[in-house]
Design a protein around this ligand. Structure first.
Ligand code: PHE
Length: 459
């Protein structure tokens, strides 16, 4: 068989290393920063339900497909798609799918790094005691001051980009593999602690009600698109991050099982974050739909009031930075491997080139929160952060679902059944294989197409 290639970048040391790295990629700002604020903007319950359905019916099957393609191709997403398409006797234009992924990762990282920079600066705010005993207004002012000062934002953005590129330059295996092993459980523990605080001191029932009681009258096709886009974003799907991680996956590891584990861990963290945040929102009379600042304006109130909050708060932002860090490396890894394999750069040079490009684009986001901010409406919601919001909508709600759609079509329709059976390590009669194939061939593509067309008003 022509398939048993090896990646020039090496392999994960075990299947657990892969699960941790993929979970590290999936769990990030998407879960703790983005999920709560978009759930808030889109009315809660019904939105959360659509998001959960998307994770199960679209997210898990596409994650399996993406890992499968990555492991079979064992190269950067562009060349993986080209190689596999050739092997299956299909058009080599499939490489454009990989190229769109590389581009999406670069776009996402440009704003992701700015937000991760907020978290970095909050480590110092928290450690210096800025939140101790402070009211919702004081916390709001600290956040307002941060985002209205471009120089400060630029500084933290620069620092985070340097951190990211330093890790990527060393190769993913050394360092990160180990760091994630204790950081993810640590983050999880602190979240549980915060949920405990929210239960004791917040309007917990109101928070639960907001997150889980579905009022479908608040839902429009725009919010359904946002929920689906977020399912892609939070699982790191549709742009080759999971594909490139799959390319380092040892043979024989079960792709189905690992996909389930990653999706379950990711969803749990998002729901816990919601349960920690909304009770605090309601007890302090804050607005659930207050946008990207939500987490930064709610949790510090809790930290300021709980005993030991200075330490818990500082640790929380350290963990948040680590969660963002283990995601950011996977956002740029497809671009870096592409520069190495296709443009024959050294890894170091590829990191400098892609890092500088991303840093430059990040300036757009830095200015979106202050000098360049402008308003527009999307899916019935007022967006106030101009180009940042646009980049977010372009990537999460257009590029990732489109990438996911094409991955599903390739895996379900373009690839021979024998190839996917071989790579997934299943039997054609296995119920799980048949379910996967049915979802990838019919459910996923149809759902993505309908949601996208409905959202732009064509259907
Ligand atoms: N999944 C990450 C998060 O939720 C973001 C991400 C998207 C990472 C796409 C890689 C690829 O924060």
């Amino acid at each position: 068989m022509a398939t048993k290639r090896q990646s020039v970048h090496g392999q994960w040391s075990s299947r657990w290393a892969f699960v941790l790295a993929a979970t590290g990629s999936a769990v990030g700002l998407g879960n703790i920063w983005k999920f709560p604020y978009i759930a808030g903007e889109n009315g809660g319950g019904a939105f959360v339900l659509v998001y959960l359905v998307c994770i199960c019916l679209i997210g898990v099957p596409i994650m399996m497909a993406e890992i499968m393609l990555g492991r079979r191709g064992r190269q950067n997403p562009v060349m993986t798609m080209e190689t596999l398409a050739k092997e299956e006797g299909r058009s080599t234009h499939w490489r454009l799918l990989g190229l769109m992924g590389v581009l999406a990762g670069f776009f996402i990282l440009s704003y992701y790094s700015v937000i991760a920079g907020w978290a970095l600066s909050y480590i110092f705010q928290s450690a210096s005691g800025a939140f101790v005993g402070s009211s919702a207004e004081t916390v709001g002012k600290i956040f307002g001051d941060l985002v209205s000062t471009p120089e400060t934002l630029l500084l933290w953005h620069t620092l985070f980009m340097v951190m990211t590129m330093l890790v990527v330059a060393r190769g993913v295996r050394s360092g990160l593999e180990k760091a994630v092993t204790w950081l993810m459980p640590g983050l999880f523990l602190i979240l549980v602690l915060l949920v405990g605080y929210a239960m004791a001191e917040g309007s917990f029932a109101e928070g639960v009600n907001f997150l889980f009681s579905a009022d479908f009258s608040k839902l429009n096709w725009g919010s359904v698109l946002i929920a689906m886009g977020h399912a892609f974003f939070t699982l790191s799907l549709g742009m080759g991050a999971i594909m490139i991680y799959g390319s380092y996956l040892p043979e024989k590891v079960s792709i189905a099982k690992t996909s389930f584990m990653v999706a379950a861990a990711d969803t749990t963290v998002a729901l816990l974050a919601g349960l920690a945040i909304f009770p605090i929102v309601f007890v302090n009379d804050l607005a659930p739909g207050s946008g990207p600042g939500l987490v930064f304006q709610t949790l510090p109130i809790a930290f300021g009031q709980m005993p030991g909050g200075l330490i818990v708060g500082t640790l929380f932002f350290v963990m948040l930075v680590f969660a963002a860090w283990s995601s950011s490396i996977s956002l740029i890894e497809p671009a870096v491997t592409w520069l190495v394999e296709k443009k024959t750069m050294t890894r170091g040079k590829a990191c400098v080139v892609s890092g500088i490009a991303t840093w430059l684009l990040g300036i757009v986001t830095v200015l979106s929160f202050n000098k360049w901010s402008f308003e527009f409406t999307f899916a019935g919601h007022k967006k106030t952060e101009g180009l940042f919001d646009m980049l977010d909508i372009l990537t999460a709600n257009i590029m990732l679902p489109l990438g996911g759609l094409l991955i599903a079509i390739f895996a379900g329709w373009q690839m021979a059944k024998t190839s996917s059976i071989d790579e997934l390590g299943m039997e054609s009669t296995d119920l799980s294989y048949r379910m996967w194939r049915f979802l990838v061939r019919y459910v996923t593509p149809v759902a993505v197409i309908i949601i996208m067309l409905k959202a732009i008003g064509i259907l």
